[in-house]
Design a protein around this ligand. Structure first.
Ligand code: UDP
Ligand code: MG
Length: 320
């Protein structure tokens, strides 16, 4: 995708039903990008690449208008809603820059931070991720569940994802090319970034609450994303049943010996209904749970073996 006059910096922005936000985003980010401090003695050149993720409102028209106003604003429009992770993949595939910065359209991530990211990039880092100094912009339950998730993920997986970091980060072209090579359909981007390695560093910033439009992520969507993240990064949830099974079998063995001895020395008593019930119900529950976990992985294998495209582009604005 590299063309002769490729810009230095690509800002990729997945958008779903954001008609009220596009204008404000373009105005603010264009202003910031146009006044970036010089890098190696030259003003950094840039592009903004929107990925319209199946918007049902006038988002696409707003993007067309933005492109007419400034040809450095390009876009892809997907054939339907593929989800933010797929939209980000589309953005990475079509970005032209030597550095790529994924960003949400809602301006929760201040574009001014890009200047810091560029500096760290010039120091030789390949990934510069933004870390939220505070999460006050999020509600308490969201903060608590996010905390819990990062802890669970990093405990279960060997690819640690940095806490309080979102998708807002700068990626060197090298890293982008690696992500593009990853064939999986389940694209939990933070997991892919973590897996790819490279020299990574953080810049801190304050995340502000969304001022216009509303969040596209309810708790159910976040839960699904969390399961995607863990199942794509770790097989511990599959393995844990072997250990649990072994432990229960061992305990049953001791219990059996105890029962036999008790019968031999003290004779038979007919009681034993509670222990039967407990054992049956407990084991039944454990088996269903483990089957469910197995099913999660099998379902994901099905999605992967179908080899369907991750996204479908319906229209490109401002060149491929
Ligand atoms: N988004 C998307 N596809 C979706 C849902 C969201 O491209 O199916 C975009 C959305 O337009 C926004 C970004 O992803 O630019 C982050 O969404 P949002 O601000 O709603 O998430 P939150 O900040 O609440 O986690
Ligand atoms: Mg947001």
């Amino acid at each position: 995708m590299a063309v002769a006059d490729a810009p230095l910096l690509s800002v990729i922005v997945p958008v779903k039903d954001e008609e009220t936000v596009i204008g404000a985003f373009v105005a603010r980010v264009t202003q910031v990008l146009d006044t970036l401090p010089p890098l190696d003695g030259a003003t950094p050149s840039w592009e903004i690449l929107f990925i319209d993720d199946g918007s049902q409102d006038t988002t696409l028209a707003a993007i067309h208008a933005a492109h007419r106003g400034d040809s450095r604003i390009r876009a892809l429009s997907l054939s339907r809603n593929f989800g933010k992770e797929a939209a980000l993949s589309a953005g990475l595939d079509h970005a032209r820059g030597a550095a790529v910065v994924p960003m949400d359209v809602d301006l929760q991530d201040p574009p001014e931070v890009i200047a810091d990211m560029l500096l760290r990039w010039r120091e030789g880092y390949d990934v510069v991720y933004g870390v939220r100094r505070n999460r006050m912009a999020d509600s308490l339950p969201k903060r608590m569940t996010a905390d819990l998730y990062y802890r669970a993920h990093n405990w279960l997986s060997s690819d640690k994802i940095p806490e309080h970091a979102g998708d807002f980060r700068l990626l060197d072209r090298k890293v982008v090319e690696v992500i593009k090579l990853m064939p999986e359909r389940n694209r939990f981007m933070k997991g892919l970034f973590a897996w790819s390695g490279f020299r990574q560093t953080a810049v801190e910033y304050d995340r502000v609450p969304r001022s216009i439009g509303e969040t596209k992520f309810n708790y159910w969507k976040l839960w699904t994303l969390a399961i995607d993240g863990i199942t794509s990064a770790s097989t511990v949830p599959l393995r844990v049943w072997s250990y649990l099974g072994a432990a229960i079998a061992l305990m049953s063995l001791f219990y059996a010996v105890y029962l036999v001895l008790r019968t031999v020395f003290f004779g038979v008593d007919v009681a034993g209904y509670p222990s039967m019930m407990v054992a049956t119900l407990f084991l039944g529950g454990v088996q269903l749970l483990s089957l469910g976990v197995l099913g999660e992985y099998v379902g994901r294998i099905l999605v992967e073996v179908k080899h369907r495209p991750i996204y479908i582009v319906r229209e490109t604005i401002g060149g491929d």
